[in-house]
Design a protein around this ligand. Structure first.
Ligand code: HEM
Length: 437
């Protein structure tokens, strides 16, 4: 099954399956995983939610096991099937060929997404309204598109291309180096990918190891407290605030970002999440991401879920990893080493170093391995050898295999923010451009 010419199937990179742990062991692991909250001094908090935004562009496991997203950086979670489509035509306004996103609502025209009468955001992927920060990122990219049409005279197609290239450049030059380290990227670009091997678009697929385990590293980066704006500068990321957007007047199913909470428009507070140096160290939460480690914030032990659903995220990830038949950390390390990547395996003692149950010493669930590896090898600052390789090879591979991506472009940028001599783009460039509207 395909979406256009990319596969809608998840496929494993490592053709092995871990021996199943009983649920008691998974529960024991989950209960060791926090709640706790330690800052990663080198990564601002906005990158946690940019990471989630990337996840929602690439992967959405449906109940039938297929991927609802195209596994390429095409922003299908932002544009959907476009203004001419029956599915998503209603998300747009303006003359044919120059469409812009509908944004805002009567209560908050500038700082919230376009919502229906029940306050449900009208966007292609509802997960991008799951918390106030990712909803604000969705709005940022919508406004970026709109401004290219209104201020740069671009058509819909030119603006979409420009937004997508900027986003891809941010992924490659501003996000990935923070998550995996520039050295790992340089090595992959020099020596080639060894484990994720598509080279053209019709060979592209989403690796199950990426979506089911390694890329879920971001769950450990969620923090307990954030500085949202001038008034709410040290607020808990509890369920009420995070998922219901405190202060909103929710309809039956939805919620809103009220003008009081808005992260855009007045004061452009989204910048607080990408440049925490503008914050007051005494008054404000530090707006650093959490360490990439085996500890999760309390918010993630109490997810907003439907009655009867599991509300402990760590437990859910561990169950999903087993259901997907993933190899364990040790098997993936050995497959990557065999493929020629230099990876230091963790010892059993290192795996248990944070109090994990002895049962997982030599059969470590891949998600847990990714996190303990980052903790042991890099003190939680970025991913370790195995997790870094899976994440970097997948992201670089998806960009390299897409003939329309920024790394394969054959024409000049129609318009570019930031340094004009390279393809580098930063989130701060985009926030600045949109904020100056
Ligand atoms: C408040 C923040 C977040 C919440 C509440 C959240 C919640 C969830 C939940 C409930 C799932 C489904 C778990 C399951 O039952 O298997 C999930 C899946 C996932 N999450 Fe998160 N997440 C958050 C942030 C992130 C971040 C920051 C990243 C990465 C940087 C991330 C990456 C993923 C991935 C890759 C999946 C699998 C997606 C799929 O294929 O369906 N998440 N998340």
């Amino acid at each position: 099954m395909t979406h256009g010419n990319v596969s809608a199937e998840f496929k494993k990179l490592v053709n092995q399956t871990a021996v199943i742990h009983p649920n008691e062991v998974l529960l024991k692991i989950a209960s060791f995983m926090g709640p706790a909250d330690e800052a990663n001094p080198s990564i601002p908090a906005g990158w946690t939610y940019f990471g989630q935004f990337v996840d929602h562009d690439l992967t959405f496991t449906k109940t039938d096991g297929m991927n609802a997203r195209t596994p390429i950086f095409d922003l299908d979670s932002l544009y959907g099937q476009g203004p001419a489509s029956e599915a998503h035509g209603e998300l747009y306004e303006g003359p044919s060929g120059n469409e812009t996103f509908k944004t805002g609502n009567p209560d908050n025209p500038e700082g919230d997404l376009f919502r229906n009468l029940e306050s449900v955001a009208q966007i292609p992927d509802p997960r991008n309204d799951e918390n106030i920060i990712i909803a604000s990122l969705q709005l940022l990219f919508q406004k970026f598109h709109n401004r290219l049409v209104s201020h740069q005279g671009m058509s819909f197609a030119q603006a979409k291309q420009t937004v997508t290239w900027h986003y891809q450049s941010v992924v490659k030059t501003d996000f990935l180096p923070r998550i995996v380290g520039q050295n790992r990227i340089d090595e992959i670009e020099k020596n080639g990918r060894k484990i994720f091997l598509p080279s053209q678009i019709d060979e592209v697929f989403m690796p199950t190891e990426f979506s089911g385990a390694c890329y879920r590293f971001g769950h450990s980066m969620v923090r307990e407290m954030y500085s949202f704006n001038d008034k709410f500068n040290n607020e808990p990321s509890n369920a009420n605030l995070f998922f219901k957007f405190k202060g909103g007047r929710p309809g039956k199913n939805g919620h809103q970002i009220t003008d009081k909470w808005t992260l855009q428009g007045n004061g452009n507070s989204l910048l607080r999440f990408f440049d925490p140096s503008i914050l007051d160290p005494v008054r404000d939460a530090d707006n650093r991401s959490g360490k990439i480690d085996t500890k999760l914030a309390s918010t993630l032990f109490n997810l907003e879920v439907k009655r009867g659903e599991n509300n402990v995220l760590a437990h859910r990830n561990l169950i999903s990893g087993q259901r997907l038949g993933l190899a364990n950390g040790q098997q993936v390390v050995s497959a990557i080493r065999t493929a020629g990547v230099s990876v230091s395996p963790l010892t059993s003692a290192e795996i248990l170093s944070n109090g994990a149950p002895a049962e997982i010493a030599d059969n470590t669930p891949l998600w847990y391995y990714t996190l303990i590896e980052a903790e042991v090898q890099n003190n939680g600052a970025c991913l370790g050898d195995m997790g870094g390789t899976i994440v970097a090879e997948t992201i670089i591979g998806l960009l390299q295999s897409d003939p329309h991506s920024v790394v394969n472009k054959t024409t000049n940028w129609p318009f570019k923010l930031g340094d004009q001599n390279t393809d580098a783009v930063s989130m701060i460039d985009i926030i600045g451009f949109v904020g100056s509207a």
